[in-house]
Design a protein around this ligand. Structure first.
Ligand code: ZN
Length: 372
């Protein structure tokens, strides 16, 4: 019996080393470890052997069985590895071995966590898609708006968010004691007593001055950027938001240029069928000043919740550049005229997508952000 076992053992091991694919290996397993295999028959018969043989035969047969099982697993592993290397050589690239469903805490944390066997990826599975990032909805909007103005001949410029009081207020006709100061609650920067006052800009309008100081007409710029207000936040107010400022200065620029440009902008952004309305408004650095509204895209002008039953939605403020502002940057207001406008960026996607809380933009919630 022991001789027979030795025979089975050497035949099986010899045969195993010549197997070159998983199908042959499976046939080998059935032949030597299956229910009808000689080894299994021997193991079954052990109980009926005389007591003196039982122990010896039983132990030897079990040893052979363990050897077979171990050899089977080893050979299977090496066949898979060979297949993997061949695939790698064929594609010329290294397969990234992923560890699905394992958080980094598990990977690098307790050594007790048993990791799945990742050394042998199933090469036939499709790859895992790499999650793609996307632009923030505000960035998307800034680009869309700027692209419209670029097509209309404007340049995009950016300016500092920490601004001198002079550019934020004074140069824009808002001296310290002017009531218009009250329109802008802001964050002031601590400065030395001999330094000029400095603040987080409350609007992008300071760049009107900075641009005009450095260039001569014709000027056509749009200025996107962050602005700050020191105020309580609620569904329609944030302490930080985006504005886009626009400025055009040249000879013979009239109010109809302002209307034509902004009408074209509204049509390109909100659709060809939009109507616009201009009404008087007040901003210290323009004269006259207007606010522009579009007819409500939700109700078409008949009145709804979105437009507070007015049929119109205010989009931006604008006006003709105040002559004093032009004089301050040494433009002769008898020769040059211009228009300026400013709009809040977040308001546009809020209207377009029905977003009812501006705070969602900057609370970094992926459930919100990934919708755009
Ligand atoms: Zn409406």
């Amino acid at each position: 019996m022991l001789k027979k076992l030795a025979g089975i053992k050497s035949a099986a091991i010899d045969e195993l080393s010549s197997l070159s694919d998983l199908g042959e290996l499976e046939a080998w397993r059935v032949r030597y470890l299956g229910k009808k295999s000689e080894l299994t028959q021997i193991l079954r018969g052990v109980a009926s052997l005389p007591i003196d043989q039982r122990k010896v035969i039983g132990a030897s047969a079990n040893k052979v069985k363990v050897l077979f099982e171990h050899s089977y697993q080893e050979h299977k592993k090496s066949l898979k590895e060979r297949a993997y290397q061949e695939m790698e050589a064929a594609t010329g690239s290294k397969q990234i071995i992923s560890t699905p469903g394992i958080s980094s805490a598990e990977k690098f944390g307790s050594p007790d966590v048993s990791l799945p066997d990742v050394s042998l990826p199933d090469v036939s599975l499709p790859g895992r898609p790499i999650p793609l990032g996307r632009l923030h909805p505000t960035t998307q909007m800034v680009r869309e708006i700027c692209n419209i103005f670029i097509a209309l001949g404007f340049q995009v410029v950016e300016g500092p968010e920490v601004e001198w009081d002079y550019y934020n207020f004074e140069a824009l006709n808002i001296p310290p004691d002017h009531p218009a100061h009250d329109m802008f609650a802001t964050f002031w920067i601590d400065t030395e007593p001999d330094q000029r006052p400095m603040l987080l800009r409350t609007h992008t309008s300071p760049m009107q001055i900075r641009v005009m100081e450095q260039t001569r007409p014709p000027v056509r710029v749009v200025v996107p950027g962050k602005v700050y207000r020191y105020e309580a936040t609620d569904a329609t107010h944030e302490s930080m938001f985006y504005q886009i400022e626009g400025l055009a200065v040249d000879e013979n620029i009239t109010f109809s240029d302002l209307k034509g440009t902004l009408y074209e902008f509204a049509k390109r952004l909100f659709g060809e069928e939009r109507r616009v309305r201009f009404r008087c408004d007040y901003f210290p650095f323009v004269e006259p000043g207007v606010e522009m509204a579009i007819d409500c895209m939700a109700c078409g002008g008949s009145g709804c919740r979105l437009c507070s039953d007015t049929g119109w939605i205010e989009i931006l403020g604008a006006g003709m550049v105040h002559p004093d502002v032009l004089r301050r940057v040494h433009y002769d207001p008898e020769v040059y005229t211009g228009f300026a406008f400013g709009l809040g960026v977040e308001r546009i996607p809020m209207l377009r997508y029905g977003i009812d809380d501006i705070r969602l933009f900057y609370s970094n919630d992926l459930r919100f952000l990934s919708q755009f």
